[in-house]
Design a binder for this molecule. Structure first.
Ligand code: XMP
Length: 537
């Protein structure tokens, strides 16, 4: 059994980032709902608990709460943002709306030594008016902004809140503040810590060090989580479950299903049958590349060329969600038809990963993915059991397992590609003509990106449903508009548009307009997420 850090979720957008950051520090962490019963928490016996952020106001009646008994278990607790408010509210302090919200990188002064900010702080709290008021139980909302606070250390941290701590709970010390509000407090005797900001993001100076301090200095973790152990344990488990039976996998060529194929081939040599449904909406030559790579491996690969079927179903459809639904359903139908032709398969493997489980509101091992790229489970097929050996892992961990299993780097580092494929990058109706143009434009962009020193996290072309006037030779044209998109991100929840060099964009634009006669114009999307999403549809 690994050491466990429990991440109790109150609807925070960074819960996965918190959990993943902890695992990257070699400590196993799992996300559970904030309402997890105290008995369950006791049973899990975590080394430490993190309370996440969340959208609620803790002082309102229907705000999500943790069982207050968690504070008397003797387990170290770190509350982040809303999590800090919970500690405050449930232990007798006061939380209220701030006069102003703080969003983005914000300056914080460290006021007192704290194990979380392990180095170089001076104790200035006793000379600090805001700190004195808080401890004495006064509300800070009426206080002047504490710009005169400190001679302590400055940090830039990521803030995203409107509510703030107005009065500390008894027994707590203020250890950091911004100009507007408390930024950190603690009760070292009870091992309770609160941070108003987000140490889990890279936008917080020394955030990783703060998490490290919590894990290793406060919780006393040893750091016993290793992916090698996960891999070995899964192989053992798969072998015990499947025995000498055959197992089926829907292979898409994406990272998850590819890693799973290699894992199953290692665990069960000769027993894996994989079906690759080529919906004809992959990038140029991608279907052939997948076939080439996987047919050289030691398992059976069946490729189904179903482009015609998919395009027929998509004819006349312009609504993006409708397209997704049609593709998901058709995928299952094709998969079922193929699977029925193979006899004696009792097991099905799915490339579900941990974020899929978390996003569908379940816990590891309890939920079968409902929104997977393949669109869900084939209902008509009866399997003895469905196995999901990657369902405890984050994407970066899946990639790491892929490296350990010696998957080619092109596959392990493959940029994300949506399940519905190019159907959502052909804006409006998907037609053969638009698809062919897009394939060419996207291939040009991808070829040129190879020359960049740093590649964006995701980059692609899309074909808009606009037309624009152009001039080619002496001829006036009225033709297609291609848009280019490139984003930089760690997690795809928020993204910056990538500031690609102008010279690069000019070259790509010139190549697309000269090599693809139907394109009259190329535009570059400079919108970040939010407010835009990565995909246009
Ligand atoms: P958005 O557009 O939501 O995209 O900002 C975030 C990430 O998700 C990918 N994406 C999808 N992936 N099925 C998928 O498997 C989908 O329907 C889908 N829509 C978007 C997108 O490419 C980006 O990496």
């Amino acid at each position: 059994m690994n050491e466990l850090i429990l991440v109790l979720d109150f609807g925070g957008q960074y819960k996965e980032l918190i959990c993943n950051s902890i695992r990257n520090l070699a400590v196993y962490a799992e996300i559970r709902p904030g309402s997890t019963p105290i008995e369950e928490i006791k049973r899990l016996a975590p080394l430490g608990i993190i309370l996440t952020g969340g959208p609620d106001s803790v002082y309102l009646p229907d705000a999500k709460k943790a069982d207050p008994e968690i504070f008397s278990l003797g387990i170290p607790i770190l509350g982040i943002c809303y999590g800090m408010h919970l500690i405050c509210h449930l232990l007798g302090g006061k939380v209220g709306p701030g006069e102003i919200g703080e969003y983005g990188r914000t300056k914080v002064k460290v006021l007192a030594p704290s194990i979380l900010f392990s180095s170089g702080t001076s104790n200035v709290i006793s000379s600090n008016p805001i700190a004195r008021n808080l401890i004495a139980g006064n509300s800070i909302s009426s206080n002047p902004i504490a710009s005169n606070l400190i001679a302590g250390k400055n940090l830039k941290v990521l803030m995203s809140h409107r509510d703030s701590v107005h009065r500390l709970p008894p027994g707590f010390t203020l250890t950091a503040a911004t100009r507007n509000c408390p930024a950190a407090f603690e009760n070292t005797g009870k091992k309770l810590y609160g941070l108003q900001f987000h140490p889990e993001t890279k936008h917080t100076d020394s955030g990783k060090e703060m998490l490290k301090q919590f894990l290793f200095s406060v919780c006393g973790a040893k750091g016993d989580y290793r992916l090698d152990d996960y891999l070995a344990a899964q192989i053992k488990k798969i072998r015990a479950k499947v025995g000498d039976k055959k197992i089926l996998l829907a292979l898409s060529g994406g990272v998850d299903s590819s890693v799973l194929a290699f894992l199953l081939a290692k665990a069960l040599p000769g027993q894996l049958v994989s079906i690759f449904v080529d919906h004809g909406l992959m990038r140029l030559n991608e279907g052939d590349e997948i076939e080439r790579l996987f047919s050289a491996q030691k398992f059976a690969l069946i490729r189904v060329n179903a482009k015609e079927r998919f395009l027929k179903k998509l004819a006349g459809v312009t609504d993006p969600e409708q397209k997704r639904k049609i593709i998901g359903n058709e995928f299952i139908r094709v998969f079922e038809e193929e699977a029925k032709k193979i006899s004696g398969i009792e097991f099905l493997a799915q490339g579900t990963i941990y974020p899929d489980i978390v996003e569908s509101g379940g816990t590891y091992g309890a939920v079968i993915k409902s929104h997977h790229n393949v669109g869900g489970l084939p209902e008509k097929l009866k399997f003895h059991e469905v196995i999901e050996p990657l369902s405890g892992l984050f994407k970066d961990e899946v990639r790491e397992i892929g490296r350990k299993l010696k998957l080619p780097a092109t596959l392990v580092n493959r940029q994300p590609f949506p399940g519905p494929g190019l159907a959502i990058r052909v804006i409006g109706e998907v037609t053969e003509e638009k698809l062919t143009i897009l394939l060419k434009a996207d291939a040009i962009l991808r070829e040129e990106v190879k020359s960049l020193r740093r590649r964006p996290s995701q980059y692609f072309a899309l074909i808009t449903d606009s037309k624009s006037v152009g001039i080619k030779g002496d001829e006036r044209t009225f033709d297609k508009v291609i848009a280019l998109r490139a984003v930089t991100t760690d997690d795809f929840m928020t993204c910056e548009y990538t500031a690609l060099p102008h010279k690069f964009l000019r070259r790509v634009s010139m190549r697309i307009t000269s090599e693809i006669p139907e394109v009259s114009r190329v535009v570059y999307d400079i919108t970040s997420k939010p407010p835009a999403t990565v995909e246009w549809e």
